[in-house]
Write a protein that binds this ligand. Structure first.
Ligand code: SF4
Ligand code: SF4
Length: 302
């Protein structure tokens, strides 16, 4: 049976699609967006995440680790060296302050279905369902397809949030089974895209064009609005002009930058590349709303 590496399951979510939803976060992505709010989603391998706030600096985790995989790093704390760790979880069990956790758990289709069906009454009552997010969930397209087929038996809808950097065959695999797709565009300029995410945007643009011609479900395009990266008028206009050329785009959503993921970078021993950049709110983006009048799709700022 298909499995997927899950790093979080969020119940009662209301901002990741219609109604009350369970969001299933799958681990692994080839992009490295500087502002990514889920740095623990990027690597495909399991990881040990350290949380600074509850840690009392007792040093017990270092003592207990037979692999000598934990270093005390001045700027971050008790960080695990992935090349030495064997995921025995001793440091997690022995940390009485719950300052360490394993990120990434392999689940079968049946295990996931059993988990998400716990909230079936909420989905029915609110018109909600299951959202697959990540990371890039479409690396597990066969898993998503199998789950979606089973969920259809209960009349539960599924939604996929994708960055689009994925082989087109993976996208084709889920198209007939997913009711909604949320599709991210980070920048229309390919060089700039590479600078911001580590990859150029050709595959992403090609996949969106393909979807707009072939996908029968509801397709929403999302633009993370990141100060100093893609918030200038030219970049936004280029994006909107491109979307205007496509069919079947249900809505365009702007997502204001936030820095909620910052502590997790520290907990993985990684530098947060956005520095001290402040989080934005919906009202910070009202300055671009005058641009929407030239286009006829539905807009939203979250
Ligand atoms: S992570 Fe836990 S075990 Fe390690 S030093 Fe902090 S409190 Fe102690
Ligand atoms: S999971 Fe095991 S090997 Fe890895 S850091 Fe913790 S104690 Fe060491």
């Amino acid at each position: 049976m298909e499995t997927a590496r899950v790093f979080n399951i969020e119940r009662f979510a209301t901002e990741d699609g219609e109604g009350i939803r369970t969001v299933v976060f799958l681990k692994g992505c080839e992009l490295r967006c500087k502002w990514c709010a889920n740095p623990e989603s990027q690597e495909f391998r399991r990881e040990i995440l350290f949380k600074k706030a509850p840690c009392t600096n007792c040093g017990r985790c270092i003592e207990i680790c037979n692999q000598k995989a934990i270093d005390l790093r001045e700027e971050f704390g008790f960080i695990t060296n992935a090349s030495l760790c064997n995921y025995c979880e001793r440091c997690v069990d022995y940390c009485v302050n719950n300052a360490r956790c394993v990120v990434g758990m392999d689940m079968s289709v049946d295990e996931l279905i059993k988990e998400v069906l716990k909230d079936i009454e909420y989905y029915k009552m609110s018109g909600g369902g299951i959202t697959f997010s990540g990371g890039e969930p479409l690396f597990y397209s066969r898993f998503i397809k199998e789950c979606s087929k089973k969920l259809k038996e209960y009349n539960i809808t599924t939604l996929v949030e994708t960055c689009g950097y994925i082989d087109n065959k993976n996208m084709k695999e889920i198209c007939d089974y997913s009711d909604y797709i949320f599709y991210d565009i980070k920048h229309m300029n390919s060089e700039k895209h590479k600078e911001l995410t580590g990859k150029d945007n050709k595959l992403i643009i090609d996949n969106l064009i393909w979807l707009s011609n072939n996908y029968k479900g509801k397709l929403s395009v999302r633009y993370p609005y990141i100060p100093g990266c893609n918030d200038d008028t030219d970049s936004i206009k280029q994006f909107l002009d491109f979307i205007q050329t496509l069919d079947n785009i249900r809505e365009v959503v702007f997502l204001p930058y936030h820095r909620l993921g910052m502590p997790k970078y520290e907990g993985l021993g990684r530098k947060y590349e956005m520095g001290d950049m402040k989080s934005l709110t919906t009202s910070d983006l009202q300055c671009i709303s005058h641009m929407f009048k030239d286009y006829d799709f539905h807009f939203k700022i979250l």
